[in-house]
Design a protein around this ligand. Sequence first.
Ligand SMILES: *Cc1c(COP(=O)(O)O)cnc(C)c1O
Length: 424
Amino acid sequence: MKYEYSLDFARAQDENDPLKAFREEFHLPKVNGKTAIYFCGNSLGPQPKQTRAYLETQLKRWEEMAVDGHFHGDAPWYHARHKSKPHLAEIVGAKPEEVVAMNNLSSNLHFLMVSFYRPTAQRFKIISEAGAFPSDLYALESQVKLHGLDPEKTIIELSPRTGEYTLRTEDILEAINQHGDELALIMMGGLQYYTGQVFDMQAITAAGHAVGAQVGFDLAHAVGNVPLQLHDWDVDFATWCTYKYLNSGPGNISGIFVHERHAMNPELPRLAGWWGYDEAQRFQMTKGFKPMYGADGWQLSNTNILALAAHEASLEIFHRAGIERLRTKSLFLTGYLEFLIKEISQDKGTLEIITPSNPHERGCQLSLFIHKGGRALFDRLYEKGVVGDWRNPNVIRVAPIPLYNSFEDVYQFAKILEETLAEF
Ligand SMILES: *Cc1c(COP(=O)(O)O)cnc(C)c1O
């Protein structure tokens, strides 16, 4: 595709965009009274207009039925989790039994590691990426300590080569082989939140399994952003949040994936709760935990219905838009952003894109390493209506999102960035 730095070009792409109508399904925020160029959906997705009605339906049920809402009327809460499973399964490339919406991301990381990080005297190490999201670091560190081990000697953080910003797959695979006999777990982001790099989850999983390790991914920045095939890639477990690309509302419910291979294994240790117990017999309230088949067996608490309602509103939109169509537009939209940024910064040394240039190694987000202006540049962009996000020491992350961002958004962003860079 030949891109052009012109408003006419951008508008023509919007005209031809089969997904253009979805923008109207979102409340986009305003900055200084004008609809923002909202490139921050990788941090908090905007509100779908239909979310309110989904929530109101549940408020009404609660208002009118109270406890009877659990078992009576349409869509009793007792079975609420089932409805979201097929849609979630589509998004992460899984079977419906392999996924369930529950808890929050950091909590789920812990619950899953209780099952999948089983260190022994010989096999105890964990591979992760350096500069992982802090919650993941704390989760790893505290899990390791829970087993009486020293994080310094246990967690191997993979760093890019000197002078590079992102990891090479060959280096990841080499590290896996190098620590092979001692490696218990690989737990890393599927898409690195800072650099925007997508890791080769299939190759990493295969290499991990070949040396006898378990493999799990934190998909906070991958889910709803890049196509995933967790089942076929043979990933052991994964978890994600739903308030970023999945637009389900601040702090909303998370989701987990547990591969079918582990679905029937009651030997896997887990921290159990009544909601993971066989639902047909749950109310016999007997001792001795018997997990349900699949991901459901990792649930602890009864489903957060209001949270799930907002999540379902968003999943319904993803189902209609289709993850493949979204990806097709996303490749084009982010490609346009990359083209324009290169146009305006060419050889000027003002900024560089640290996200991989290979479209298959990235999602929507581009991370810009700012050489000129720093935080003040970012603040000026905000004043002019650009909502991106700033990460110390010097990175602005921008994510044009195919569900609701337009080519014109990308064009306007570039124009504003070009003007603003000239101020510094
Ligand atoms: C956003 C994000 C989190 C946030 O965790 P919560 O438990 O949802 O607060 C954790 N890990 C990664 C990689 C993230 O991007």
